[in-house]
Design a protein around this ligand. Sequence first.
Ligand SMILES: [Zn+2]
Length: 175
Amino acid sequence: MSISFTPEFDATDIAGWQITNVCGCTSKLFSSYADATAAYVQLPGYNGDDSPYLPGCGMDENDRATFRPSIHAVENHQYPTVTLANTNARGLLDRLGLPGDDSGSVDSTDLIGRILLAQALCGPDEGVPSSVAPRKSGPTLVEGGRLPGYYDDVLTRLVNVATWAMTHARPVTWQ
Ligand SMILES: [Zn+2]
């Protein structure tokens, strides 16, 4: 499992709507969901609950009945993202003084302040060596390490996310 830190998604991140299917067939890009829906009910084979398919589709009738096309949003976002394993994300949230939940949101200006504070207070990340701890009984514990400078790099990348979000007047979310 991983957690991504991104500027909050909004409608301007959607380039349009498209009808696609698992076979790889795609429609053109529609500017609204309503337009895509209107096109969907015009697909050949569409009869309320029949087997619609995109023009030119090579699937046979059985497959068409099983794999129906669907409408989905095509994203067009340009923002930077930081994705971390859950454990590392919790370590990052801890450094930032934010709740260690698997999802949340923070004002982007506030976040930049927290990053600067973390960089000042925590100093360079010295890392954690990988360790193997033998025990008298029971299994051997193996702990994953962390390379020196790991969180320094993460905080630098998170500044980019927070700056982009602040410039576009959005909070930063993680999930
Ligand atoms: Zn197809």
